[in-house]
Write a protein that binds this ligand. Structure first.
Ligand SMILES: NC(=O)C1=CN([C@@H]2O[C@H](COP(=O)(O)OP(=O)(O)OC[C@H]3O[C@@H](n4cnc5c(N)ncnc54)[C@H](O)[C@@H]3O)[C@@H](O)[C@H]2O)C=CC1
Ligand SMILES: CC(=O)C(=O)O
Ligand SMILES: [Mg+2]
Length: 376
């Protein structure tokens, strides 16, 4: 198979979809890998290193899309890339379709096969291709939150851990999954007074068992959230209902109850966000203020630490990529239930229910599509 790795062109996104080791392994299995010039530089992989293991460098993004049977990316195609995606081409990347109707419609029109990292799902319902980036974003959310709590950038002016004789900041984490757990660990490690809310009691039990004494677990409901936001300094949005739009837990009205300078970090922004006032921002211009409340809503947080994120991400994606390359998408997805759940759009049909529901578009059972594929 011919695999293409374009350079990420989302603002300040420096991750790349394959490491040099990954390229070497694909070539070892008989595949050809084209990498766009400079695609790996931000993650520490210069073109010469890719070439040293047999990777082929192409100068432009157009050439990469034109030649490849399968495109491996990190972030969803952005508008400039829509027209480059070809019929029957496999696109293996994060899509977060439920948060973007234009992207969904463009990929339907492209007639490509869209396999979304974020919906590949294991039998225990874990999301193996989201986990490593959620670990990064969870840890980063506290780093960013601490920074934006500083007064010169309009935060409350409070140090997360306080100092002896002074109370620490209060951190509220909405959603106690991967992002939430990592965020709580970091905030607790810095000495903050941390509360995690989740709707899953078993999850709250697990967290209670492993967290430090300065972390409290509370059931997530509208009343508890409304109470907690009033006394929190930093609120981290970390909820997820896989493949669907994030639930809006913090309303615009609730901002009025918060203290001026409260910082909201909405990690769930890539699924539409869990604050009503969330709108996606970029690393270059990461925050905005509404009602004196600082919002940080960067949809590709791990992109800012590509040395860590590229390796973390590709450690997880590579075992699936090699199956897609060796077997082709139909056989790979039929034989691997985890990959099957990654299929979101196939040649114009939406085969992931949450995405169809988000935009009230028709949903097609993936098995019907498979029957047609095999009949061809
Ligand atoms: N902005 C960025 O750069 C990044 C964003 N993310 C996003 O972060 C979000 C969280 O991801 P993970 O932690 O991996 O998901 P996860 O599935 O591990 O955890 C989500 C948690 O939210 C809980 N939840 C669902 N509804 C809730 C509610 N109403 N109240 C409280 N909790 C609720 C679930 O029970 C679950 O424990 C996702 O949208 C993911 O795409 C992940 C990585 C990077
Ligand atoms: C998960 C995701 O969207 C990211 O790592 O950018
Ligand atoms: Mg994202």
């Amino acid at each position: 198979m011919i695999i293409g790795v374009p350079m990420e062109i989302k603002t300040d996104e420096s991750r790349v979809a394959l490491t040099v080791g990954g390229v070497a392994e694909l070539i070892h299995h008989g595949h050809t890998v084209y990498i766009q010039k400079g695609a790996g530089i931000g993650s520490g992989f210069p073109d010469t290193l890719y070439e040293s293991v047999g990777g082929k460098i192409l100068s432009t993004i157009e050439e990469v899309y034109a030649i490849a049977d399968m495109i491996m990316k990190v972030k969803e195609p952005i508008e400039a890339e829509y027209k480059l995606v070809k019929e029957n081409q496999v696109i293996f990347t994060y899509f977060h379709f439920a948060s973007s109707e234009p992207l969904t419609k463009a990929m339907i029109e492209s007639k490509s096969i869209c396999i979304a990292y974020e919906t590949v799902e294991q039998a225990d319902r874990s999301l193996p291709l989201l986990v490593p980036m959620s670990e990064v974003a969870g840890r980063m959310s506290v780093q960013q939150g601490a920074k934006y709590l500083e007064k010169p950038i309009k935060g409350r002016g409070i140090l997360l851990g306080g100092v002896p004789g002074v109370q620490p900041a209060k951190v509220l984490v909405l959603g106690g999954g991967i992002v939430g757990k990592q965020a709580a660990k970091m905030a607790a490690g810095l000495g903050a007074d941390v509360t995690i809310m989740d709707i899953s009691l078993p999850r709250l039990r697990q967290l209670d068992d492993v967290m430090a004494a300065n972390v409290t677990t509370i059931m997530s409901n509208q009343y508890n959230i409304e109470q907690a936001v009033q006394e929190s300094d930093l609120i981290i949005g970390a909820v997820l209902i896989p493949g669907r739009k994030a639930p809006r837990l913090v309303t615009r009205e609730m901002l009025k109850l918060m203290r001026p300078g409260t910082v909201l970090v909405d990690v769930a922004v890539d699924q539409g966000g869990c604050f009503e006032t969330t709108k996606a921002t970029t690393h270059r211009d990461p925050t905005y203020i509404i009602d004196d409340v600082v919002h940080y809503c960067v949809a590709n947080m791990p992109g800012a630490v590509p040395y860590t994120s590229t390796v973390g991400l590709t450690n997880a994606t590579f075992p699936y990529a090699i199956q897609l390359a060796n077997k082709g998408w139909v056989k790979a997805c039929k034989e691997n239930k985890e990959l099957l759940l990654g299929l979101n759009i196939i040649k114009g049909d939406i085969v992931y229910e949450g995405v169809a529901e988000a935009f009230e578009l028709p949903y097609v059972d993936v098995n019907t599509v498979f029957e047609n594929e095999i009949a061809i």
